[in-house]
Design a protein around this ligand. Structure first.
Ligand SMILES: NC(=O)c1ccc[n+]([C@@H]2O[C@H](COP(=O)([O-])OP(=O)(O)OC[C@H]3O[C@@H](n4cnc5c(N)ncnc54)[C@H](OP(=O)(O)O)[C@@H]3O)[C@@H](O)[C@H]2O)c1
Length: 327
């Protein structure tokens, strides 16, 4: 496992990391979470991603209990959480990045995770109703209070991110240092186009999500929706269209053939493909069982096997032509 700087910050994160969206609490209990995190950590993962909204707080509780079981040195791992949607529906409890919500958010997360501080906090979406200046000050103050170490954004527009950086610079506050965007073989536009100047000019870090397009890039949906998959879970019906998209499935089948010709799995190829992009600080993987963690961690060995020739073959299958990196 290699470690990359999180943007221009001094923090090093493992190139593959592990997140808990959908899985923790709803598919994975504390014992299974402990096993999955241990398998990831043993493979060199040092960053574990969470959010207060995942399973409405229960995902943080599961991760907190797993961390207690694992008893790792606190300095050996990085934990994140995120705020925006909240856990309740009151006027200052949901869909906001106002100062009150962010302070109450961090207090709740620390309690559920059973930690004194988290390493990273993200504004989980942009909030057009709160001045960016208020959010920047609140994130700065949370860091100054020692409750978090770095802050960042998730799925903000490049313009909103630059506005936050400039406000922080003007007032000598802690700047946001990383984005958390979706990036995978099937979703590339924003990462490869809109964000390019953020990486180049501001050294913004990127902790990318859904590198397997929620599992589509494993080939498991090639013949319909398997009973034990994410798509079959109650509450995730909104993903069905994504998992049954004929154009995407054609690409997945061709990618799967290519990967098996080279002797690795399509999941490993898809994760390694993300790692080829130098603007990626870490690829956040997800898994509902420990065997998936083990398979996915081996993607680090596939990176160097994705030669220019193989990448060109992948590009021909994807046929959506953006460049591979920012240069
Ligand atoms: N900031 C944001 O807005 C945002 C949004 C989404 C996610 N995230 C973060 O990114 C992390 C990763 O996202 P993700 O879970 O969507 O990642 P993903 O890698 O696209 O999908 C992971 C899911 O695919 C299936 N899978 C994984 N490896 C597999 C394998 N080798 N073989 C077969 N199936 C496999 C599993 O689902 P099943 O076994 O259940 O089918 C697993 O839960 C999340 O945990 C979260 O931390 C952030």
């Amino acid at each position: 496992m290699d470690y990359r700087h999180l943007g221009r910050s001094g923090l090093k994160v493992s190139e593959l990391s592990f997140g808990s969206w959908v899985t923790f609490h709803d598919q994975v209990d504390v014992a299974a979470a402990t096993d999955c995190m241990a398998a990831a950590y043993d493979a060199g993962v040092n960053f574990f991603d969470n959010a207060e909204v995942y399973a409405r707080g229960k995902s943080e509780e599961v991760m907190g209990a797993a961390l207690k079981n694992l008893g790792w040195r606190r300095s050996s791992y990085v934990i994140s959480t995120k705020f925006f949607w909240g856990l309740y529906y009151g006027p200052n409890e949901s869909h906001t990045l106002n100062r009150k919500r962010l302070f109450e958010g961090i207090h709740g997360s620390l309690e559920r995770l059973q930690l004194d501080y988290v390493d990273l906090i993200f504004c989980h979406r942009a909030d057009p109703t709160t001045p960016i200046e208020e959010t920047v000050w609140a994130m700065h103050n949370i860091i100054e209070q020692g409750k978090a170490l770095y802050w960042g954004t998730s799925e903000w527009s490049a313009g909103e991110i630059v506005a936050a950086i400039e406000i922080a610079e003007r007032h000598h506050l802690h700047k946001p240092v990383m984005e958390q965007p979706q990036y995978n073989m099937l979703t590339r536009e924003r990462f490869e186009k809109e964000y390019v100047r953020l990486f180049k000019d501001y050294g913004y870090g990127a902790t990318i999500w859904s590198p397997l397009a929620s599992g589509l890039l494993t080939g498991k949906y090639n013949n319909g929706i398997p009973a034990n998959s994410r798509a079959a879970l109650k509450g995730y019906e909104w993903l069905h269209e994504h998992f049954t998209n004929p154009d995407a499935l054609l690409k997945v089948k061709a990618l799967q053939t290519l990967a098996s010709d080279f002797g690795y799995t399509i999941a490993q190829m898809a994760l390694a493909w993300c790692l080829k992009n130098p603007n990626v600080s870490t690829v956040i993987t997800g898994a509902s069982r420990v065997e998936q963690v083990r398979e996915n961690m081996k993607a680090v060995d596939v990176v160097e096997r994705l030669t220019p020739d193989v990448l060109a073959q992948i590009e021909a299958i994807l046929d959506n032509k953006p460049k591979m990196d920012a240069d």
